[in-house]
Design a protein around this ligand. Structure first.
Ligand SMILES: Cc1cc2nc3c(=O)[nH]c(=O)nc-3n(C[C@H](O)[C@H](O)[C@H](O)COP(=O)(O)OP(=O)(O)OC[C@H]3O[C@@H](n4cnc5c(N)ncnc54)[C@H](O)[C@@H]3O)c2cc1C
Length: 438
């Protein structure tokens, strides 16, 4: 089945999950006389509820779901659609009030019935979930703390909303409707059990150990991971995995890292980590022999999905890691197609993989354009920020036919997407990986 067909299939399933309770709600005998606004409000509540449930599936790292879109796009969708779900949930009590139900009176929680208390608690928690996600950095919440909070509060939001729905009892008049909601609830609980229990157990059976920990230029470390008692993993160049080191696979936070080794090297996996925060800055302390767990491969940022007569790779800083994997893999495959690598770094001394780039360029048709932001005094090459004019100066003839891979800081990736669009490169030939999900 083609990627496009699978993509359409998943979108259709998402829409079905969102609206199915609505269709079922109106089939069969409907209590009359409640008026349009009340019915409409209940409909919005049901759809908002299903969308919140589906949020878990979007970020459950199911490879089959992510395959047509990419993990990055799923996370973006999870984020954007949460505003729509929130709007539906907030519209629900407002429309009820318009429809003549005295919602304001129910806000007196001391005297309100449990169905109202559950609704208020669920809505307040949902607002906290959204606010802490949108303003996490501004609120200075550490990623790990936010991640844990986000998971726990989201489960509470859905559980309280379900309790509200059951206590109100609208459209739950027939046993098969109760069954429908039971099936959806069981599916949701099953999803949580899969993500938090079954998947970690599967990883527990496939441990890795750190074989080497080597320093790289640019304040980075490369961990060489060897499978302990299993056959390792096969990945495509450019893909990434979620890494847990020295902790159990049940630990809530794993960190995503691109593989930097050749995809043709089936015995070992290498990951290159730049010191940026608490986990990454401690990478130098990871001793050889330490146990690790890998969840992967993930991601669609790979030339293996996109045939082309040649490739343009644009990397910023540690965004070089998937590119070096691509280049190493192409060397191992004896690929003869032309590659252009534009590599933005702060200073030439911080150029991670400088030696390796020289090595692979001897065995590939590779042109390298280093772009230091602060060039050395005698520098004659490109410098400053990578922009449209700079890229245009180095693009070959018939550049629109090439496949473009861009990885680096979000502002650079976005600027490059705009630049390539302005140069009329078709959007389906431009592939990006952003190293910040949240
Ligand atoms: C698909 C992908 C591939 C990546 N590949 C590489 C790579 O090859 N080499 C490399 O050095 N870095 C890579 N990163 C970035 C790397 O994951 C973060 O730098 C690292 O997780 C930061 O952790 P920290 O605790 O050191 O920093 P913190 O100070 O805790 O976090 C810094 C920022 O990193 C992000 N982050 C932190 N923890 C996580 C997490 N568990 N999951 C997702 N994002 C998180 C958050 O946006 C946070 O604000 C990649 C990121 C993604 C999304």
């Amino acid at each position: 089945m083609s990627v496009v067909v699978r993509g359409i299939g998943w979108i259709a399933l998402y829409v079905a999950v969102a609206v199915v309770p609505l269709v079922f709600a109106v089939i069969g005998p409907v209590e009359g006389g409640r008026g349009f606004w009340v019915e409409f409000s209940v409909a919005l509540g049901f759809v908002g509820m299903s969308m919140l449930g589906a949020q878990f599936a979007l970020v459950a790292r199911f490879r089959a779901v992510a395959a047509p879109f990419g993990e990055d796009a799923l996370v973006q969708f999870h984020r954007q659609i949460s505003y729509v779900a929130l709007a539906f949930v907030l519209a629900h009590p407002i429309l009820l009030q318009i429809g003549g139900v005295d919602i304001v009176a129910l806000l007196n929680l001391a005297e309100a019935p449990w169905r109202a208390r559950c609704a208020v608690a669920s809505t307040v928690l949902l607002l906290i979930v959204v606010a802490t996600s949108v303003w996490r950095r501004r609120l200075r919440i550490r990623y790990e703390v936010w991640h844990l909070l986000h998971g726990v509060l989201s489960v509470a939001v859905v559980a309280l909303a379900l309790a509200h729905m059951l206590l109100v009892g609208y459209y739950l008049d027939a046993i098969w409707k109760v069954w429908l909601w039971t099936v959806m609830t069981v599916a949701l609980v099953g999803l949580l059990v899969w993500v938090r229990v079954v998947a970690p157990i599967r990883r527990l059976w496939r441990p890795w150990h750190v074989e080497q920990n080597t320093a790289e230029r640019g304040d980075a470390r490369t961990l060489t991971l060897a499978p302990a008692g299993h056959d390792g993993l096969r990945f495509r160049p450019g893909q990434f995995g979620w890494l847990t080191v020295g902790r159990s696979p049940f630990a809530v936070t794993a960190h995503p890292f691109s593989f930097s080794s050749s995809a043709e090297d089936h015995g070992r996996v290498r990951i290159t980590i730049k010191a940026l925060g608490d986990f990454t800055s401690a990478a130098g302390d990871i001793a050889p022999g330490t146990r690790a767990f890998l969840d992967g491969p993930h991601g669609v940022f790979t030339p293996d999905r996109h045939e082309g007569p040649g490739f343009v790779l644009i990397a910023g800083g540690v965004g070089i890691t998937p590119m070096i994997s691509i280049l190493r893999t192409m060397v191992d495959r004896g690929d003869r197609r032309p590659f252009l690598l534009i590599y933005a770094v702060r200073t030439m001394d911080e150029q991670t993989f400088d030696d390796e780039i020289v090595r692979v360029s001897r065995r590939l048709d590779l042109t390298v354009v280093p772009v230091p932001q602060d060039p050395p005094p005698d520098w004659e090459g490109e410098s400053g920020f990578v922009d449209r004019a700079l890229v245009q100066r180095h693009l070959p003839d018939r550049y629109r036919h090439r496949q473009y891979f861009i990885c680096g800081p979000t502002p650079m990736v976005t600027a490059m997407e705009d630049a390539l669009a302005a140069l009329n490169v078709p959007a389906d030939r431009v592939h990006t990986e952003r190293f910040t999900f949240v």
